[in-house]
Ligand binder design. Sequence first.
Ligand SMILES: Cc1ncc(COP(=O)(O)O)c(C=O)c1O
Length: 446
Amino acid sequence: MNDIPKLLTDLPGPKSRKVLSLRQDYVPKGVYETAPVVVKKAKGALIEDLDGNILLDFTSGIAVVNVGHAPDEVVDAISTQAEKLIHSCIHVASYEPYLNLAKKLVEISPGDFPKMAFFLNSGAEAIENAVKVARYFKRKIGIIAFENAFHGRTLLTMSLTSKYRPYKLGFYAYSPGIVRYPYPYPYRCPFKSKSPEECAYATLEFIERGFATYIDPEETAAILFEPVQGEGGYIVPPPEFVKGLREIADKYGLVLINDEVQTGMGRTGKMFAIEHFNTVPDMITLAKSLASGMPISAVVGRKEILDSVHAGGIGGTFGGNPVCAAAALATIDIIEKSLSHAEKIGHEMDKRLKELYDKHEVIGEYRGLGPMKAIELVEDRKSKRPAKDLTNGIVKEALKRGLLLLTAGIYGNVIRIVPPITISLEQLDIGFSILDEAIREASKGV
Ligand SMILES: Cc1ncc(COP(=O)(O)O)c(C=O)c1O
């Protein structure tokens, strides 16, 4: 798969089209589809479809294959572990991968205090459990969450999620005890502040005021936040905001829960995005790229909080499955070796994004941390009106040229650029050239 992208047919090609008809017939449309692609195999940053087309992947399966599709070391770890033990259930009998992974995450996560970790199956489940444990520990119900946030699709996490359509509409997502505040989105600051710092301070002040008007600290257990909002549009908050959340949590005795499901495991060029903010949370949730696509998620945090729950109160049948845990250990190994490359990729992306911004007026802003980047598309830079159709048009044009992209944002006008952090500079360059062409082509229709 060297000659990339390689398009032999229109997308979808005849073989893919035949298989996709199964999707139409047997899978509900609520399980949404971004691209009409049927994957045969994938390696690194490349995906081959059933018709032999080779696509360049700038989505990483929604920030999951951070060290590329099917890294050899992870594949080896999976098959070696599968031959030994696929399942025993951690509640029945212990096994090394679970315990070694807990130790590893405790060692590498921020916080110079005793910590523990336990495992679940998805990002949503990790958030459910972090909130559940924080409430148990504090014996309080209140959870402070934020606008634009995405935390999952279960009843509790859907209630914590902010974007209404499509995530909440019609599902009666009204789990009690959740209070939602604005998030400092510097490009569209809800307080119309003049600078990102002012936006951060205005938001923090609003939260403080909320203790008088929305929920008393006496009834508040935790603050739950994403260090960079993912589905919300790759919104990077000013550092003052994250530091301020820590101060509020300390002042009122709240648990600070850092949702790193999308930002964690090297995505931003550091193991955890929170490291960019020199702030230490009480709990971190991880999932997505923890095990290169094997389903496992984690809650890591202060021992006194996690270990407060009585036996049997947390866990589950599959959580921390041996094969997934082995894949996670192998993945972390690769991430640790790839962080300096990730940083380099991030700098290169900044350069390429600046060129695109200078060239295309429809890019209102580009932003991100390390190799977790995005562009926000607008009708014009003055009005900043979101250009959703154009955004979808760019994604379509890119796909026609063999580049897989994903949108995000509460207005659907953000394109995420999240290739594997191990991508070569040459592949990155090819992807950016296609993105450039796609923006030019899609802008013609505007
Ligand atoms: C920040 C964040 N939290 C939680 C989730 C939910 O994860 P999952 O889809 O694995 O349930 C996501 C998924 O996109 C996410 O981005």
